[in-house]
Design a protein around this ligand. Structure first.
Ligand code: CMX
Ligand code: CO
Length: 140
């Protein structure tokens, strides 16, 4: 069902500081910066590698306010890995297949993600404590 790890989402207090760290420490390059009001984040995608299944990124996330998903996470757990995003060919199809196995979907239908992707989240309580995102990249 999964084509690749599309991205690892990392929660942080200061996006610019964290970008600088990833650039200077790992040599990663920012390929996109966005504010996603619906998701409550200011974010950056940093390119990691291109593979047969597509491209993998690190997604750095700074909350727009304390009441957002990432804001609440930071208050409870502090900075660190927030979610894993898996690449899929068809997000609606993957959602239906996964829901049929009894895993709760957070999103009833796909939403807008980074760089034009269609995304949907699965509830961490049904995935062993891991917030899981499905990502369908836009057609080239
Ligand atoms: N990973 C694992 N567990 C998490 C979690 C995370 N990222 N975020 C919350 N939880 C856990 C909490 O620890 C809590 O568990 P306990 O009850 O055992 O303490 C439980 O889930 C409920 O957490 P909460 O703080 O009360 O928060 P909510 O229920 O209001 O929201 C969630 C949790 C997952 C439904 C919400 O964060 C959500 O809808 N996330 C999806 C959207 C999102 O994260 N957007 C930002 C990223 C955007 C992008 O990638 O593009
Ligand atoms: Co994500």
């Amino acid at each position: 069902m999964f084509l690749r790890i599309d991205h690892v989402g990392i929660a942080c207090h200061n996006l610019e500081e964290k970008i600088e760290f990833y650039e200077s420490t790992f040599g990663l390059v920012v390929v996109s910066r966005e504010v996603n009001e619906a998701q409550g984040v200011r974010e950056a995608m940093l390119h990691v590698a291109d593979g047969e299944g597509g491209t993998s990124y690190v997604q750095l996330l700074e909350p727009l306010s304390p009441e957002t998903a990432v804001g609440k996470f930071l208050a409870k757990r502090g900075e660190g890995v927030h979610h894993i995003g898996y690449g899929v060919a068809d997000v609606s199809k993957a959602m239906a297949e996964i829901a049929a196995k009894g895993v709760r979907l957070i999103d009833e239908r796909p939403r807008h993600g980074s760089m034009g992707a269609s995304i949907a989240f699965l509830h961490p309580k049904d995935v062993g404590g891991v917030l899981t995102e499905l990502v369908e990249a836009p057609r080239a």
